[in-house]
Design a protein around this ligand. Structure first.
Ligand SMILES: Cc1cc2nc3c(=O)[nH]c(=O)nc-3n(C[C@H](O)[C@H](O)[C@H](O)COP(=O)(O)O)c2cc1C
Length: 461
């Protein structure tokens, strides 16, 4: 069989992910695995329609397609995202219809599930026959047990195609509304006082719902707020994945384009950040993805601590909880405060007006109070994955992160908690005595609330 491998790594064949593909190729020499570099060559693919058509022809003649990609900012690389946009922009969807497919990723397993959800949903939208996903940790290939899993995954992929098995759809199609948002007049204004408000967008078109929402939102403030269109920035390209920034947060693009100065000078100095965009397929646009990918030069350490963040989204966000999760997780792992989302899904302009105004008020109020809501699993779980990685395997090359984490006291492993360790040892030993354990069980509920009870019941001072 002929299988097309859509390579999502910007590093082409010098890619961790491609080593997994080569391994499969070695194990199954009876099948042809044809690798096509997508992320590394996106500029040429986008510029030259013949190049794009060549890829589409290869897919047409294949028995299956494997989406093989590294994780980039909870999704795929911006160039891979751009390729997915090109499929619909250039009307090539029919080639993917009914084609068997699967996904293979490598990552440090930080939000690998959101990237796989995304690719699965894209496959469902393209009416492909999705057979499942394989999410490998970068160096799983070194483990016999993991290699066996990969072989079994590939085997079941090939045999499913040969046996023409039926496949389920896992995601509902997204329905877009044709609601036209018509902003009303703005009465009382919101005073941002000394707070610096920065609105980032990927549209300059004020005839779109998004353009109108941005305009209305800006007018709610009594002082002018800054709006920056990502398309107007001097961004030479997407993240190269070279990790040279790991040592001292210096990106190879430094001095070559305007992204780093923009991020340090505008994004990091704002008090209130409002990210605005229109939903494209199951995410925002690829230019937004480029913005996030390129921010990697700041490393895994949070660079937006304490900032207030709002989102204004045009499109069916409520139908894509995966996207909402990605955006919320990004804010939480930055130790920033996700104040809220406003979308144009309500079909009622005055409702949107009200929500925009309320978002502005809440952003300023949270900034005044210095409020950052406690992170949920999205932030806690994500931060622990980073913490362990930077402490261990990734300390080199991510030296800058290691130093930043030490300063921020991120290495808060429980082994340093000597009080708990002593208590655990004592209690576990004593618990071997049946009478003691009986007594502990009797008092368990009461003892659980004991440390916080005094605070909860203390008289207000
Ligand atoms: C800019 C950038 C963003 C990344 N984002 C994620 C991420 O969100 N989650 C994750 O688990 N790994 C992330 N990684 C790690 C890569 O996915 C991982 O190193 C992968 O194995 C690289 O594969 P490749 O060599 O095929 O490109 C990121 C790496 C880079 C350079």
């Amino acid at each position: 069989m002929k299988i097309i491998i859509l390579n999502g790594s910007p590093k082409g064949d010098v890619s961790v992910t491609m080593q997994y593909v080569h391994f499969i190729g070695k194990k199954f020499p009876q099948h042809e695995l044809k690798i096509i570099d997508i992320s590394r060559r996106i500029k040429a693919i986008e510029k030259d329609d013949k190049d794009f058509r060549g890829i589409i022809d290869e897919i047409r003649s294949a028995d299956g397609v494997l989406w093989a990609f590294p994780l980039y900012f909870l999704l795929v690389h911006s160039h891979y995202k751009r390729f997915i946009e090109l499929i619909s922009e250039r009307g090539a969807e029919d080639v993917f219809k009914d084609k068997y497919t699967a996904a293979l990723s490598t990552s440090i397993k930080f939000y690998d599930h959101t990237a796989h959800n995304y690719i699965n949903a894209i496959c469902d939208d393209l009416e492909m026959k999705y057979l499942g996903s394989f999410s490998a940790e970068m160096y799983d290939l070194l483990e016999e047990k993991e290699r066996r899993k990969l072989v079994l995954f590939a085997q079941s992929f090939f045999s499913a195609i040969q046996n023409n098995i039926p496949t389920p759809k896992n995601f509902q199609p997204v329905v877009h509304s044709d609601f036209d948002y018509l902003p009303g007049t703005v009465e009382a204004k919101v005073d941002p006082r000394s707070r610096k408000v920065l609105i980032l967008t990927d549209t300059g078109d004020d005839r779109t719902n998004l353009g109108r929402m941005i305009d209305q939102f800006s007018r709610v403030f009594s002082n002018p707020v800054e709006v920056i269109n990502l398309n107007d920035l001097d961004i030479k390209g997407g993240c190269l994945g070279c990790i040279q920034c790991g040592y001292d947060n210096r990106c190879v693009y430094e001095g070559k384009d305007g992204y780093i100065d923009f991020y340090n000078g505008k994004v990091k100095t704002a008090d209130i950040l409002v990210f605005t965009g229109a939903i494209k397929d199951r995410y925002l646009s690829s230019i937004w993805k480029t913005y996030f990918d390129r921010s990697f030069f700041t490393g895994h350490a949070p660079s937006l601590i304490g900032k207030q963040v709002g989102f204004i989204i045009s499109g069916p966000l409520r139908q894509i909880p995966n996207l909402r999760q990605i955006l919320e997780a990004q804010v939480q792992t930055q130790h920033a405060n996700c104040v809220g989302f406003v979308t144009d899904e309500y079909g009622d302009s005055s409702a949107v007006d009200g929500l925009l105004r309320s978002l502005a008020e809440r952003l300023v109020q949270s900034a005044d109070n210095g409020y950052v809501s406690p992170p949920t699993f999205l932030g806690v779980g994500g931060s622990k994955i980073f913490r362990d990685a930077i402490w261990g395997k990734l300390r080199f090359p991510f030296r800058a992160d290691y130093l930043a984490y030490k300063k921020l006291r991120v290495f808060d492993f429980p082994q340093k908690d000597y009080k708990s360790r002593l208590r655990n040892v004592t209690m576990l030993l004593l618990s071997k005595i049946p009478r003691f354990r009986k007594e502990v069980n009797k008092r368990m509920k009461q003892e659980m609330i004991k440390p916080i009870q005094n605070v909860a019941r203390a008289k207000l001072g």
